[in-house]
Design a protein around this ligand. Structure first.
Ligand code: MLT
Length: 333
């Protein structure tokens, strides 16, 4: 009896080992450090991918930009030298301008808005455009929350307070123009250089969601937070289109299902974790300032100056209006 059981167990182990030996392991670039949205989203994807494929496909996360800066990972995936990447949508915009609609200031006003737009028809159109423009396919949407402004110098509650601060922004035209509309010339800089630049005081501040500020340990080099809500950070998971096309129909469906499962997990993660992370940052000594007048001054300046500048780039005012009307908001002129 024991011999039979041992034989069976031995066969099961041998089978598992052979499945593992045949498992294809993909590489997933992750821009941020541990503990934030990107890592949680990536882990959910890997788990779902293994489940969907019965262990035939798996993936390994490389955190903290180990596989290259976020914008560089788009090029790497497009040329087939990288499999997957999780990055902020603003770092895809330079390669596929229509996704810039989601980076325009004050378009996405809540997590519900972000989910509705990305998981509906508009999101589907953006997926198709990104394949066409950038050679990468968005297969899942991570949600990180509103980008808040942090700085090492002083509390900021108004546009006047912002004057004189040196603020790092991603190399993203829309974000650069947004700060210009508020009267300052921001410093465009790659994500991977940002911590060192804040630490060495090359720049005074930057903006990113609470989850990212925490994952990047910015509390060690930044004191003040202003709760700006100008961009809700969406963090897509992209796959190299060349890799995707090389998969069978069944495998493509499995990869898409894993991306969908990760999207849902990311939504839950943000809702459950954001306030805890915010409290943790305060406990570590960061101070939060609310923008004066419900942010109206920031909103008026940015929407008036920035939206019209980018209509051509995003594919026309109609593209923005499709998003706005799908959210039950008035169309832009
Ligand atoms: C950026 O500021 O470049 C990005 O938002 C970084 C990120 O992906 O978290």
């Amino acid at each position: 009896m024991n011999i039979a059981r041992n034989l069976l167990a031995g066969t099961a182990l041998a089978l598992m080992a052979s499945v593992q030996a045949y498992a294809t392991e993909y590489r997933v670039a992750v821009g941020d450090g541990a503990g934030g949205t990107q890592e949680a989203f990536g882990k959910a994807f890997v788990e779902a991918l293994e489940q969907e494929t019965g262990g035939e496909m798996t993936a390994k996360l490389f955190l903290n930009g180990q596989l290259g800066d976020e914008q560089d990972t788009v090029t790497a995936a497009a040329t087939g030298t990288l499999d997957f990447s999780i990055l902020a949508i603003n770092n895809i915009t330079p390669f596929s301008p229509s996704v810039g609609t989601l980076t325009l200031p004050y378009v996405i006003l809540s997590q519900d808005d972000a989910e509705q737009v990305t998981q509906g028809d508009v999101g589907q159109q953006m997926i198709e455009k990104t394949v066409e423009d950038a050679g990468v396919r968005i297969i899942g949407w991570g949600y990180s929350g509103f980008r808040v402004l942090t700085n090492s110098k002083k509390p900021v509650s108004s546009v006047a307070d912002l004057q004189g601060l040196v603020v790092r922004v991603p190399k993203n035209e829309i974000m650069i123009e947004t700060y210009k509309s508020w009267g300052i010339n921001p410093t465009p800089m790659a994500w991977g250089e940002t911590f060192a630049a804040l630490q060495q005081k090359v720049v005074d501040g930057q903006d990113n969601p609470y989850m990212t500020v925490y994952a990047m340990k910015f509390d060690e080099v930044q004191k003040h937070i202003t709760e700006l809500r100008y961009i809700f950070s969406i963090e897509p998971l992209i796959v190299s289109e060349a890799l995707f096309e090389s998969l069978s129909d069944e495998q493509q469906a499995q990869v898409l299902a894993a991306g969908e499962a990760a999207t849902q997990a990311s939504s839950v993660f943000l809702r459950e974790q954001e306030s805890r992370i915010k409290e943790e940052l305060v406990a570590r000594g960061m101070e939060i300032t609310a923008p004066a007048d419900d942010e109206q001054e920031f909103i008026d300046l940015a929407t008036a100056a920035v939206w019209p500048k980018f209509y051509d780039q995003i594919g026309g005012v109609e593209v923005l209006n499709e998003v706005l009307t799908s959210l039950g908001r008035p169309a832009a002129e």
